[in-house]
Design a protein around this ligand. Structure first.
Ligand SMILES: *[C@@H]1O[C@H](CO)[C@@H](O)[C@H](O)[C@H]1NC(C)=O
Ligand SMILES: *[C@@H]1O[C@H](CO)[C@@H](O)[C@H](O)[C@H]1NC(C)=O
Ligand SMILES: *[C@@H]1O[C@H](CO)[C@@H](O)[C@H](O)[C@H]1NC(C)=O
Ligand SMILES: *[C@@H]1O[C@H](CO)[C@@H](O)[C@H](O)[C@H]1NC(C)=O
Length: 327
């Protein structure tokens, strides 16, 4: 393990992993708690393990199957409209017990779609959501404010396969069903510098609260796998994340400007970081000033190439929201 300090307030912890790495890490820096004034009581120790609440598993009073919306699980029919109409339909129940979209056994090809509040996406054990390789099916969206630009290319970026913004009580789970990003064609285009915009991720939720992502297998994401941003009360558990160890930027789980996060019991084989805790990107992240804090990572098995496996970009962890250091 190597500690590296750069730009004064960024610490990267490198875990070099040629072999199986079993990491049990709790990140609870005492100074992650915002500093208090001299007249306040002494800071109360917050235990993130007990304080991070599970997303309500009860958001599934109304259940629909994807087939009710015209979905065809043959691996070749595009189901983007079926997913979008199903979510739209179930969003009407967000204040009356919530809606659950059941994805039955089959291979469900789709372009990106967004989730809604008080919602469960549930995959059968033999269900695979297949991301379309047709670039034109991936809508372009703005860069994140704490990134200022796309990571691969300047300007906008492709949507993530499963997205959502400003939502609460979201569950993405199943009997270990599969979400397959079919990333090979994206990796190839990336290596040949043929992409005009930044690749999409498998799951990205913005400005959201109470998120549970569990019991699924994610394979071959075009880029990162799970990316919660500007969100809180997040549990990621019992995930298997697989991508070739030479695939570009296939990070496992990247909480970014998030608080109250618990990542546990996951098995990650990927081409880049297993878990990377982020707070935006360089100067954009600093000026956005939203730290990642109160994060627990435990019982993870990570296999990566001999690069970074666990990356903690803690520059903003050590600063409270109101005192992020300026360059
Ligand atoms: C999904 O949500 C993102 C973030 O708000 C938005 O930019 C995008 O247009 C939405 N996509 C769809 C298909 O509605
Ligand atoms: C979500 O909330 C953020 C912050 O309040 C706001 O800037 C953004 O426009 C909202 N996005 C959507 C899609 O509602
Ligand atoms: C996870 O999926 C497995 C495999 O189908 C199933 O046996 C198990 O009950 C699921 N666990 C949870 C917590 O849902
Ligand atoms: C889920 O599926 C993956 C891939 O088939 C497997 O390696 C893993 O053990 C399964 N997890 C559970 C909890 O059944």
């Amino acid at each position: 393990m190597e500690f590296q300090r750069h730009r004064g307030f960024s610490i990267t912890i490198k875990l070099t992993t040629w072999l199986l790495l079993i990491a049990t890490v709790s990140i609870t820096p005492s100074h992650a708690v915002p500093r208090r004034g001299p007249y306040d009581e002494k800071p109360r120790y917050r235990n993130p393990i007990t304080e991070i609440k599970y997303a309500s598993p009860s958001c599934r009073a109304h259940v629909s199957s994807l087939t009710e919306f015209g979905g065809v699980g043959d691996g070749t029919t595009l189901n983007t409209d079926a997913f979008r109409s199903a979510v739209e339909h179930l969003s009407q129940y967000s204040s009356t017990g919530g809606g659950m979209l059941y994805v039955p056994a089959g291979k469900w090809l789709t372009g990106p779609f967004n989730l809604t509040s008080c919602f469960t996406l549930f995959l059968d054990k033999d269900a695979t959501i297949l991301a379309t390789q047709d670039v034109n099916q991936w809508p372009l969206i703005d860069p994140l404010p704490s990134y200022g630009r796309g990571r691969d290319k300047p300007g906008g970026r492709y949507s993530s396969l499963i997205g959502g913004a400003n939502i609460t009580d979201v569950v993405i789970t199943g009997d270990n069903g599969t979400i397959d990003g079919q990333g090979a064609s994206w990796w190839q285009k990336f290596h040949k510098n043929q992409l005009k915009y930044t690749r999409g991720y498998l799951i990205e939720l913005l400005y959201s609260d109470r998120i549970l992502i569990s019991n699924l297998t994610l394979v071959n994401s075009p880029a990162w796998n799970i990316h919660p941003v500007y969100s809180s009360n997040i549990v990621v558990s019992s995930k298997t994340i697989l991508a070739p160890v030479h695939s570009p930027n296939t990070d496992g789980i990247n909480p970014d400007s998030c608080s109250q996060v618990r990542i546990e019991d996951c098995y990650v084989v990927s081409g880049d970081d297993c878990v990377a805790i982020k707070s935006g990107w360089d100067q954009y992240g600093i000026s956005y000033g939203m730290p990642s804090q109160h994060i627990v990572i435990r019982r993870l098995t990570c296999i990566s190439p001999p690069v970074l496996s666990l990356r903690l970009e803690v520059r903003c962890l050590v600063a409270s929201k109101t005192s992020v250091p300026k360059t």
